[in-house]
Write a new protein. Structure first.
Length: 329
């Protein structure tokens, strides 16, 4: 029976019941919350980037006949190899347009840049470079803010920006990863979901390096591969970082392999240090003297290059020598 109310007392709705009589304010179930989070994760990882890519990329032949998210449309979002002749023609048009822009012939330069978009619409980096050059030419032809050329320049920049938020934009996948973590820990009834060192080393670090590599290779305008000497400072920094990461991964891999070499006999009292061997070999590589390695006692290693295979062989040779010394002793 409903509770009796004292005369003059204000009526207050009970917990779980709304102000409308008979309507339950049912809490969201755990399964429903998980389903919503999964949908959000799928949207961030797949639906939104692919939809943005399809809506903002330059038009390709047959785009008007493809239904969004149909198999044919999905295949068209993936990288389509450009015909080598068309790609060469697009590169030539890009360089010709930049030469015209340097001479102040901006109208002819814009026509050349638009030819790049029409000839090779799936070449992202080249087309993005052409789009930025179109914006620069329109800005050069503009006489004041807000005129027709200034609006065309802003429109060209907007197209470049929006296409850059397609499948190559790393922000989608960062948010998707964080959302996937939330789904995982919610399913485990772990409200805290703290980051661990294992996750940082084996999940986060590869993800960040992979996203950086993909962004550098496929997500930046093409000021790096064309032979015109216009590599930007950002691209130089990325190339330097890529070389450093490759060198670091080689050193770590060789060090791990040297430490994991099997040793059937007990090691000597003063075991050789693999790390010291690697450092000495690297120092000998940087030295210009042909006898640099001999001075460190590694005569069998070449002076022109120290590769991970050479270092691994040196570790094995030194380990075998140590084992032979133990046996003879």
């Amino acid at each position: 029976a409903p509770a009796k109310r004292e005369p003059g007392a204000r009526w207050r709705p009970c917990r779980g019941v709304t102000s409308r009589a008979g309507e339950e304010d049912a809490p969201i179930s755990r399964r429903t919350a998980l389903a919503r989070k999964v949908v959000f994760t799928v949207g961030e990882a797949f639906v939104l980037p692919w939809a943005t890519e399809g809506a903002t990329r330059p038009a390709s032949p047959g785009d008007d006949r493809r239904t969004p998210f149909s198999p044919a449309w999905l295949r068209s979002i993936l990288y389509v190899e450009t015909d080598p002749a068309a790609k060469a023609a697009a590169k030539a048009a890009l360089l010709r347009g930049e030469a015209l822009a340097d001479r102040g012939e901006h109208e002819a330069a814009v026509a050349a840049f638009e030819a790049v978009l029409a000839t090779a619409p799936t070449e992202y980096k080249m087309c993005q470079r052409a789009g930025l050059d179109i914006a620069k030419s329109y800005e050069a032809m503009s006489s004041k803010l807000g005129d027709a050329y200034d609006k065309l320049a802003n429109d060209a920049k907007r197209k470049v920006w929006w296409w850059g938020r397609g499948t190559r934009w790393p922000g989608w996948y960062i948010i998707a990863y964080l959302s996937a973590r939330n789904v995982y820990f919610t399913a485990k009834d772990d409200p805290e979901g703290a980051f661990t060192i294992t996750e940082g080393l084996f999940v986060l670090v590869p993800i960040w390096i992979g996203l950086l590599f993909v962004l550098m290779q496929f997500g930046l305008p093409d000021y790096d591969t064309l032979p015109d000497g216009r590599a930007s400072g950002v691209m130089k920094a990325f190339r330097s970082l890529r070389g450093s990461l490759c060198l670091l991964s080689q050193r770590v891999r060789v060090l791990v392999q040297c430490r994991e070499l099997p040793s059937p006999h007990s090691p000597p009292a003063t075991p050789p240090s693999s790390r010291r061997l690697i450092l000495r070999a690297g120092a000998a590589t940087r030295s210009s003297s042909p006898h640099a390695l001999a001075s460190h006692g590694h005569q069998g290693m070449p002076t022109h290059s120290i590769t991970p295979i050479c270092l691994l062989r040196a570790c094995r040779t030194q380990r075998s020598a140590s084992n032979s010394t133990n046996i003879s002793a």
